[in-house]
Design a protein around this ligand. Structure first.
Ligand code: DAH
Length: 355
């Protein structure tokens, strides 16, 4: 038997046995390593007499291919067996309860917006949204605040272009305009969202939150406004008794206009809503000015109604005992895990808002 045939038979029978990966690699280098048995046969080709050289080379290549194929398929076989063994061992039981892990929390401002939306949805208000980047017309002009109106200066507006056409909305009131322009009365909406003014100290942040309210229909009067706000404050603070006072005020987009304060007292460092004789301003409101209705093509001789704008951050601070407004925007995870809410505990009126 020739050397070649001997090598072939010997290794084919070896490779048929049960081998692990390192044994197969050992065989591989025995055959095809630098001084391996097959590699050295290749080196011999030049020394073989010419008449036999061609046949030798052909046989050698056939044997080389055969052995290489066998080695490769053996490696595949062993690797697959190993993977399958692992998969068998590493089954996951998806019926097991989840591992306890730290879950994100709902920010008190988001919680407050959800609560207020839930309260208003109970009395038929739907939620509208508008963009943070507004145009000057919706933010001021359509709201009966012409160019030279002093109220514009009071808003510390962030303008986004030199012509003062684009701005960061200074209040949520432009959503009134957007809503009335795209639909026909009656309107009964709230619009929560971010608002911006160039103002920053312990009680003011350049970005803050408001909820706008708008109710336009036939025969709506200030009594409806009072009833609505009374209901809101009671539900929001989850108390039966509140003290609320309307102070005459001025907004270009309402006539008459009022600011609303709620009565509270401090007891042992805690705020008690509905007791005592201290007052805190929480919102502006009034009967929508006929000019505003005209600007959005609503006939003020047929339709009228009220509007209000509430500062959300302040309500959240009051309800949840947070005394520094700036903490809302610090993104401190420790603060959020203390003051935040469970994401799965969505506020509803009947279950309690802030359990
Ligand atoms: N937009 C006013 C502000 O930011 C608040 C406000 C007052 C909104 C009266 C209203 C309103 O809708 O009727 O100061």
């Amino acid at each position: 038997m020739s050397d070649l045939k001997k090598i072939r038979d010997e290794f084919i029978s070896k490779l048929k046995g049960k081998l692990n990966l390192s044994e197969i690699n050992q065989i591989k280098s025995e055959l095809f390593g630098k001084n391996g048995l097959v590699s050295s046969q290749f080196k011999k080709i030049g020394t073989i007499v010419e008449s036999e050289r061609k046949k030798f080379a052909t046989d050698l290549n056939v044997i080389k291919d055969e052995l290489q194929d066998l080695i490769n398929s053996k490696i595949d076989e062993v690797e697959n067996a190993e993977i399958n063994k692992k998969l068998d061992k590493e089954k996951i039981d998806i019926t097991l309860p989840e591992r306890p892990f730290v879950r994100g929390k709902i920010h008190p401002v988001s919680q407050t917006i959800d609560e207020i939306s839930s309260i208003f949805s109970e009395i038929g208000f739907s939620v509208e949204e508008g963009p943070d980047v507004e145009n000057e017309y919706n933010n001021f002009t359509a709201l009966n605040t012409p160019d030279d109106h002093p109220a514009r200066d009071m808003h510390d507006t962030f303008y986004l272009d030199e012509k003062k056409q684009k701005l960061l909305r200074t209040h949520t009131s432009p959503v009134q305009i957007r809503t009335m322009l795209k639909d026909k009365p009656p309107f009964k909406i709230i619009a929560p969202g971010r608002t911006y003014r160039s103002d920053s100290d312990q009680t003011h942040a350049p970005m803050f939150h408001q909820v706008e309210g708008l109710h336009i229909d036939k025969n709506i009067n200030m009594g409806h406004l009072k009833g609505c706000l009374n209901y809101l404050i009671k539900e929001f603070f989850e108390v039966d008794k509140i003290k609320m006072r309307f102070r005459p005020s001025h907004f270009p987009f309402t006539e008459p206009s009022a600011e609303v304060d709620i009565g509270y007292e401090m007891k042992n460092g805690k705020i008690i809503i509905g007791e005592g004789n201290q007052w805190l301003e929480i919102l502006g409101c009034g009967m929508v000015h006929p000019n505003v209705l005209k600007n959005v093509k609503v006939d003020p001789t047929k339709f009228q109604g009220y509007a209000f704008g509430i500062g959300i951050d302040r309500l959240a601070m009051l309800k949840y005992g947070i005394n520094d407004l700036r903490a809302f925007f610090d993104c401190d995870y420790r603060w959020l895990s203390h003051f935040g809410f469970d994401p799965l505990d969505v506020p509803t009126n009947y279950r309690g808002l802030s359990r």
